[in-house]
Design a protein around this ligand. Sequence first.
Ligand code: PPS
Length: 303
Amino acid sequence: MAIMDVNDAGAQNHDLVPHKGFKLINGTHDPDDVDQIYDLEIRDSDVFVVTYPKSGTIWMQQILLLLEAKGDLTAISKLSKYSNAELIPWIELMGNRQTFITAPSPRMRVSHLPFQFMPSALSQKKGKVIYVARNPKDVVVSYFYFHKLANMLETPTDFDDFFERFLRGDVFGGSWFQHIKTWYSHKDDMNMLFITYEELIQDLQAAVQRIASFLGKELSAEQLAQVVTHSTFSNMKKIPQANYEQVPGELLSHHQGRFMRKGTVGDWKKHFTVFQSERFDQLFHREMADIPLVFLWDIEDVA
Ligand code: PPS
């Protein structure tokens, strides 16, 4: 049974279990297992993609899988019974820490965990971390729709209800500000590539090249072009593994919408009221005052 966080008076979020200042998903994460991630031994070839939820995890999984396969989509399609998330699993998911220990290299994993839970060896520049950040207004919208889809998460009454929950940090992932600020502040401790969802949207080819060189992958121009082609939104939408189509209905209510939903920048404008947007901006400027991160809020802002 989920235990309510005493700090969240009024919040009735039965899907979350408070754990050491963070919130795990009831029945999806095992707190004891999560605690042991910190002590995992890390190999130089390990790669972790870290994101706040809805910031482009599946996109990065697709790019990493394609880089590994030198752009050959059929090599990944052969594994069609597996979704991207099974091929590059979440380290924090129940049981996944154990399989990570004995997995062959290269071990590629994704995580939504805050910095303090992740393997301490990463801070000694062992392994590699790719942190993907997305403008948080679009994160709110994407996460709202995901809550309708995902049966392990409590469905919000409406967007206003979810907006308030997000601002309180009463969602899996906790406070977006906390997540990004902590990871950003440790980026120089570790071998990290910090990249934004919006950079990928604006110039996917340049982003893929950056990721490939960070990982030390040597691909021909043609192979890199294939990676780009097979990781565009329109193409990924057609790939069942990248769209979580194989995920059983008891986990994802497929009739509620698609995982690959809009894939754009600025969809928040269709959902936020003027008042919500102003409130969000105030909070953003207050929280991010000392962080030199600039987000693209709308694709129309690109001249
Ligand atoms: S999750 O549930 O946290 O793992 O979700 P995550 O994969 O991090 O984020 C899902 C959002 O990323 C969008 N996405 C893409 N956008 C553009 N191009 C590509 N190729 C792409 N792949 C995934 C996906 O559509 C979700 O965003 P929204 O705004 O809901 O469409």
